[in-house]
Design a protein around this ligand. Structure first.
Ligand SMILES: Cc1cc2nc3c(=O)[nH]c(=O)nc-3n(C[C@H](O)[C@H](O)[C@H](O)COP(=O)(O)O)c2cc1C
Length: 183
């Protein structure tokens, strides 16, 4: 059934994703946070789907640096670029942790679940110590498993179309408003 209340940028995004095809890399997005030292930090994460109409779901590890960043500053930006349509989406918003995350854990493959039981990300590995990354079955939900909810409040879309490029800005002020701006 069509969802009429979806923000109109969701339609643009849907069509960019469709034209891009089904490769796993089409769900790789770049997430920017602000460190405790007020410096920008950027990394690739997997887009895991939507929550409500305009919140993206991202999985991460509680021990990763981004968790500390988000505790001191929930502001974040996500960049999603599509090669085929030369479209760049910049999503701005705030991130919080979803406490009810059991159903997301249950959907993961056993192989994916294992990574939450590896050593702390970013920590030095002792030379000579062989790390065991075996795939175990029936893993209980890890304490380190975090589901992030990225609530989007503005979207900046740049399309490198010919003969002129197009750029649109959506902002959520009570409801979503769209304007066309100079590229
Ligand atoms: C293709 C790809 C997908 C990734 N997906 C995720 C992801 O979904 N969640 C995540 O926390 N890190 C993911 N990573 C690892 C992050 O890029 C990053 O190295 C890690 O989250 C630690 O970042 P931080 O120290 O800034 O918190 C992915 C990396 C790559 C290359």
């Amino acid at each position: 059934m069509p969802h009429n209340n979806l923000p109109s940028w969701r339609q643009d995004l849907k069509s960019s994703r469709k034209k891009e095809g089904k490769s796993p890399s089409n769900r790789w997005i770049q997430l920017a946070t602000i460190s405790e030292e007020n410096e920008p930090r950027l990394r690739t994460v997997v887009f895991r789907g939507w929550n409500e109409d305009s919140s993206m779901i991202i999985f991460t590890d509680r021990r990763s640096e981004k968790i500390g960043h988000l505790k001191s500053n929930p502001n974040a930006e996500v960049l999603w670029f599509f090669l085929k349509t030369k479209s760049q989406y910049r999503f701005k918003g705030k991130i919080c942790e979803l406490s009810d995350n059991k159903n997301y854990w249950d959907l993961l493959s056993e192989k994916s679940k294992t990574s939450w039981f590896w050593g702390p990300p970013g920590e030095k590995i002792n030379p000579g110590v062989q790390s065991t990354h075996k795939i175990l079955s029936k893993l209980p939900k890890s304490e380190n498993f975090v589901v992030l909810n990225f609530e989007i409040d503005s979207v900046d879309l740049l399309k490198l179309e010919q003969p002129i490029h197009k750029r649109y800005l959506w902002e959520k002020i009570k409801k979503w408003e769209k304007v066309e701006i100079n590229p």
